[in-house]
Design a binder for this molecule. Structure first.
Ligand code: FES
Length: 148
């Protein structure tokens, strides 16, 4: 099966690879796994606490080309969005942008799930936020932990 040009572009020039300190108060971390193939995706968002806008994003994906391309793409898409707007990013839009074939749709679902997990991690850590949070110790930092 041939990868689309868009997938190859993101695969060869991935955007925003890496990570933030998971203990950073402004960071939300999403770690998701695809049970079918064992691929794992970690997506982190950096949120401006005053505006609620995602200002930066990073990813690390241990997976196929489509999973890497999907996560690279969503790091670009979430930037400048509010958390609610980021949650509106659908896997179908990712799959369409990357021209993913049907067998690779689950790779784009992984990216949508990673956004949801990162937003939910950020929100959980800021729930009831009475001022500054203590350093959270609950953020997943282990590439082998699957949320699925
Ligand atoms: Fe499973 Fe792509 S083959 S994420």
């Amino acid at each position: 099966m041939a990868y689309s040009e868009q997938v190859i572009d993101h695969y060869e020039n991935p955007r925003n690879v890496g990570g933030f300190e998971a203990t950073d108060d402004e960071v939300g971390t999403g770690m998701v796994g695809a049970p079918a193939c064992g691929d794992v995706m970690k997506l982190q968002i950096k949120v401006n606490p005053a505006t609620g806008v995602i200002e930066d994003a990073r990813f690390k994906t241990y997976g196929c080309g489509s999973a890497i391309a999907s996560s690279s793409l969503v790091t670009e898409w979430v930037k400048g969005k509010t958390l609610d707007q980021a949650l509106e990013i659908k896997n179908t839009a990712i799959a369409e942008e990357l021209a993913l074939p049907p067998v690779k749709i689950h790779c784009s679902i992984l990216a949508e799930d990673a956004i949801k997990a990162a937003v939910s991690d950020y929100r959980t850590r800021h729930l009831g936020g009475s001022g500054t949070l203590e350093k959270a110790a609950c953020a997943p930092a282990d590439a082998h932990s699957h949320a699925a």
